[in-house]
Design a protein around this ligand. Structure first.
Ligand SMILES: Cc1cc2nc3c(=O)[nH]c(=O)nc-3n(C[C@H](O)[C@H](O)[C@H](O)COP(=O)(O)OP(=O)(O)OC[C@H]3O[C@@H](n4cnc5c(N)ncnc54)[C@H](O)[C@@H]3O)c2cc1C
Length: 385
């Protein structure tokens, strides 16, 4: 894919100011490309603004014992890239390596967890299966009721909104233009090539369009005949009042901030596509948290919010080139906080050089061709977040 754009047109037009769009803009601008990013609302207005922020190579599902090695390796590469970004972008990224615990209560779960931990280790993730006593040494606030749990010392947490802002600011420092309040309304196509984006404020011509607009990407892709069937589900989150230091790790979608508040998630409400918090959802989150960390039982909820997970058919990410169409890269995924840096870097490579050393076959938009229009993604793919 050539980065050469005509005249003063940018090399790259990124659609979407979530974590994926900000990461793609950052890496593209850092590599010397001229970048324009379009965001119809505000930076982090979509799923990225609602997410918990787990950054994890301890990727698993509740229904499959083993997720594919390439997916673990993509996650692992992104976890590593977060540490590099923390050096480059500094404290505004708000990234911490805390380690992550995934506990289980029932001894009968052990064989399944052992197999899952072995699979993850074989794929390169440094996951260990620990006893209840070993986990208490790491996280003393945990209930004594757990039978054991998986532990990944290299997993981390990022405050997703801060990460979007830090990447967007970094992109701007490398010369990118961020146009907030500008909606991409369609692709401009010339023969078999996308040459720009029709926006609410005129046409933006570009050598390459990178569509990172979540559900907005699916709408844009229809303009070149690509269907991206999506499953939408609501996830609710809460943050508590400030309490004295209680948690050391990232634990089952819980993390205590430097200010002392505890961010806790998350509900999984299949096929719910609005962003309302509900009393039932809040109660469920608090009850699950208190079962694991009894000291959270009496702690008050300060605020609640919700977001919509946008999961492509099949559950795994969809990103890369579209067969038969030049000048367009698409990108839609769940777990986009973890995967944002590596996918943003790969998209920038494709925009600059037309190739990457990663095998993107498993994530190719072409695999969507034969799927039905509406999909329901297995519960398994919400498992981590
Ligand atoms: C409650 C919850 C918790 C989660 N927790 C985690 C977690 O802990 N770890 C993890 O890895 N993932 C998590 N996720 C998933 C993660 O949030 C998403 O995978 C990720 O944010 C997707 O980023 P994105 O940039 O692709 O999309 P988004 O963040 O949705 O960004 C898309 C942006 O594009 C803009 N846009 C859309 N259409 C257009 C258009 N036509 N023109 C211009 N702009 C447009 C939107 O306004 C939006 O800002 C969670 C999700 C939810 C809902």
């Amino acid at each position: 894919m050539s980065a050469a754009a005509a005249g003063n047109a940018p090399d790259v037009c990124v659609v979407g100011g979530g974590l994926l769009g900000a990461a793609a803009a950052y890496f593209a601008a850092r590599s010397g490309l001229r970048v324009v990013l379009l965001e119809e609302q505000e930076l982090a207005a979509g799923a990225s603004g609602a997410a918990f922020g787990g950054v994890s190579s301890m990727v698993f599902s509740y229904s499959e014992t083993r997720v594919p090695d390439h997916y673990v390796q993509l996650s692992l590469a992104s976890v590593r890239l977060f540490s590099e970004l923390a050096d480059e972008l500094g404290p505004p990224l708000d990234y911490k390596v805390l380690g992550q615990i995934d506990p289980f209560f029932d001894e009968t779960d052990r064989p399944f967890r052992e197999e899952r931990a072995r699979g993850l280790r074989e794929a390169g993730s440094p996951v260990e299966l620990l006893s209840s006593e070993e986990l208490h040494e790491i996280e003393p606030a945990l209930t004594g009721d757990i039978a054991g749990g998986m532990w990944c010392a290299t997993d981390g947490h990022v405050t997703p909104i801060c990460a979007v802002w830090a990447l967007a600011d970094g992109a701007r420092r490398h010369g990118a233009e961020l146009r907030v309040g500008v909606r991409a309304e369609g692709l401009v196509v010339d023969g078999e090539r996308v040459v720009g984006v029709r926006t609410s404020q005129g046409v933006v011509h570009a050598g390459c369009v990178i569509a990172c607009g979540g559900a907005g990407t699916a709408a844009l892709a229809q303009g070149v005949g690509l269907r991206i069937p999506l499953d939408l589900s609501r996830g609710q989150m809460v943050v508590t009042e400030r309490i004295p230091r209680l948690l050391r790790t990232s634990l089952h979608n819980m993390q205590q901030t430097a200010a002392g508040t505890v961010v806790i998630g998350v509900t999984r409400e299949p096929r719910a596509d609005d962003v309302q918090s509900t009393p039932t959802g809040i109660r469920e989150i608090v009850a699950t948290a208190a079962r694991l960390i009894p000291a959270l039982g009496g702690v008050r909820v300060l605020r609640a919010w919700a977001g919509v997970r946008i999961v492509p058919a099949g559950g795994y990410p969809v990103f890369g080139r579209v067969d038969g169409v030049e000048g367009l890269l698409v990108c839609v995924m769940h777990r986009g906080i973890t995967l944002g840096p590596i996918v943003g870097q790969i998209l920038a490579e494709l925009a600059a050089e037309g190739r990457t050393s990663w095998d993107l076959g498993p994530y190719s938009p072409a695999r969507l061709a034969d799927l039905p229009e509406t999909v329901s993604v297995e519960e398994s793919f919400y498992a981590s977040h």
